[in-house]
Design a protein around this ligand. Structure first.
Ligand code: ZN
Ligand code: ZN
Length: 240
């Protein structure tokens, strides 16, 4: 089946995420827009994924649990997991690699845990916007060890991206996918970095507010609409 996807969306748990980006709201907005499959990827945490998956079950849209990890090099990487247990286990691990800096809600915004019915179930006190002590290589290895899949985020942006911060994608990291925010940048980037021709290039909204969620645009072909099937597809290496 061909499925409309958006694999990079933030909720109100990200300090920069709108308070209206509750798990219930973002899942139902995605459904309304016509998506079949989305991933919730807050900064350095999977803390709202369980609620989003429950909301997804009710709305009949697949929600893949994940996070957007900030590595020691300040490279953003989207990490996806086949189930909530593995996502939460990885999230607990990442927490131990974050500096113990407290959030300043007045400066960075609130970091709200909400359940699938939108009720606030807690507020995160550790600032989630900082960089983990894990290098990109260490992080990629840890995601794989934890049963997940990861790809470098918005590689066409000039900050927090693997190309802006490291200059190239090291083949030893074994990435089989990468996210290009602007689809029109895929070809020019692939000319400059031929390694991209061996990778599946994805484009996601990286939405932090309901208004910034995109219209469905591109589809992935999966045998079934599940996180497991998505991860299996993304792990495949493309032939040049
Ligand atoms: Zn990012
Ligand atoms: Zn993001």
């Amino acid at each position: 089946m061909d499925l409309f996807y958006d694999l990079h969306i933030h909720s109100c748990l990200s300090p920069c995420g709108d308070d209206e980006m509750t798990p219930y709201n973002l899942v139902n907005m995605a459904k309304l827009l016509g998506f079949d499959l989305i991933a919730l990827t807050d900064h350095n945490t999977a803390g709202n994924c369980r609620a989003a998956m429950l909301a997804g079950e009710q709305a009949q849209i697949t929600v893949v649990p994940g996070m957007e990890l900030c590595t020691a090099e300040e490279v953003h990487m989207v990490c996806l997991f086949p189930d909530i247990e593995r996502a939460e286990a990885f999230s607990d691990f990442v927490r131990t690699t974050l500096p113990p800096v407290r959030n300043r809600p007045d400066i960075f915004g609130r970091q709200l845990y909400r359940n699938e019915s939108d009720e606030i179930s807690g507020e995160e006190e550790i600032l989630l916007l900082t960089a983990s002590s894990l290098t990109l290589g260490q992080a990629a290895a840890a995601v794989r060890e934890g049963g997940g899949f990861c790809f470098p985020a918005h590689i066409d942006r000039d900050s927090y991206s693997v190309l802006s911060n490291l200059g190239a994608i090291d083949p030893s990291f074994g990435f089989t996918a990468a996210e290009v925010y602007e689809k029109t940048q895929r070809e020019p980037l692939s000319r400059r970095h031929p390694i991209l021709r061996t990778m599946r290039l994805l484009s996601d909204s990286d939405a932090h507010s309901l208004e910034k969620m995109r219209e469905p645009d591109e589809k992935l072909s999966l045998p079934e609409n599940t996180p497991q099937a998505l991860l299996a597809l993304l792990r495949q290496e493309l032939q040049d």
